[in-house]
Design a protein around this ligand. Structure first.
Ligand code: SF4
Ligand code: SF4
Length: 296
């Protein structure tokens, strides 16, 4: 579907995230082809795709289907596209040939063994590593958005001891990325980032490549439990979880205000300490409680 800048700005204006979009942003000069998008998946769990598919909103676009049918022309997405094999790859290749599309990347990029720990696809009798594909497709993209913490900086996929040397897209390719961090990121954050780009609006980023409109404040600053006493045991409602290891004071994310599942709940309200899933060093101590940090 053809979509005008005006229409997309109206979509964004109606979005529940408009309130955190911040002041007017500078326009980007994106080519017309930028409404086309390619979604690549590397070393990850597909949770970011699932999170996107759980978009529920009372305002347009109301669902992932609404996004895909009326907002963006997504030409390749391995989890949800009906085509497979070379037919699917040829759809991506056609968009690549034109250039100027939006590249969405989910999952980290294994770089050890020449990238051979993660194969992206086969075409014309040749296998291509995810590392090759991400390098190739980011080279002609109008913008590259990392969907989730693995694509942004390695995340869980790069947890100690990281034998396949998983890296984030920017580190693996040397190209700038917009990082919609989270493990997974909230569907509204994904849609908002896409909307900003396709509307041709600017998107100020912090030093980690995250949009400041989304991640610009510490979770702790907006937490309703901020002024409450710290508890030392799990399962107590309404009390600060800092003594239980809550990373809210060092984590930048809007969860306390945007919440999850269409505003139903979020980690701290469920008495689960924030584990800092939007941060570049997540998971800080590796999956087994050992190691020193993501990608290290
Ligand atoms: S529960 Fe976490 S985010 Fe909330 S006030 Fe305590 S430390 Fe901060
Ligand atoms: S509260 Fe923390 S761990 Fe939970 S989704 Fe938000 S940033 Fe991630």
């Amino acid at each position: 579907m053809e979509i005008s800048r005006r229409h997309f700005l109206s979509v964004l204006g109606a979005s529940s995230l408009a309130a955190i979009a911040g002041p007017a942003l500078d326009a980007l000069a994106l080519p017309a082809n930028a409404k086309k998008a390619i979604w690549l998946q590397g070393s990850g769990c597909t949770g970011c795709s699932i999170s996107f598919l759980n978009r529920i909103s009372s305002v347009s676009p109301t669902s992932a289907a609404d996004v895909l049918l009326n907002v963006v022309e997504l030409n390749y997405q391995p989890t949800i596209m009906s085509a497979s094999g070379e037919l699917a790859v040829s759809a991506a290749e056609a968009v690549y040939a034109q250039g100027g599309y939006v590249l969405l990347v989910e999952g980290g990029v294994p770089t050890a063994f020449g990238g051979a720990a993660c194969w992206g696809w086969s075409m014309g009798g040749k296998d291509y590593t995810f590392l090759e594909i991400v390098n190739k497709y980011s080279s002609k993209a109008a913008a590259t958005i990392c969907i989730g913490t693995c694509a942004s900086w390695g995340g869980v996929s790069a947890a100690y001891p990281n034998p396949t040397a998983v890296k984030g897209v920017a580190q693996a390719t040397g190209r700038k990325t917009i990082n919609i961090a989270g493990c997974p990121p909230h569907p509204d954050w994904i849609v908002w980032g896409l909307a900003q780009l396709l509307a041709g609006a600017g998107m100020p980023l912090d030093s980690y490549g995250r949009p400041t409109a989304l991640y610009g404040k510490k979770l702790h600053e907006r937490c309703p439990r901020k002024e409450t006493d710290e508890i030392k045991t799990f399962g107590v409602d309404g009390r600060c979880l800092k003594a239980l290891g809550c990373k809210g004071p060092t984590t930048e994310a809007p969860c306390a205000t945007s919440k999850w599942n269409n505003g139903v709940n979020w980690c701290v309200d469920a008495n689960a300490p924030c584990i800092g899933c939007t941060e570049a060093n997540f998971p800080v101590r590796g999956l087994m409680g050992i190691g020193t940090g993501s990608g290290e």
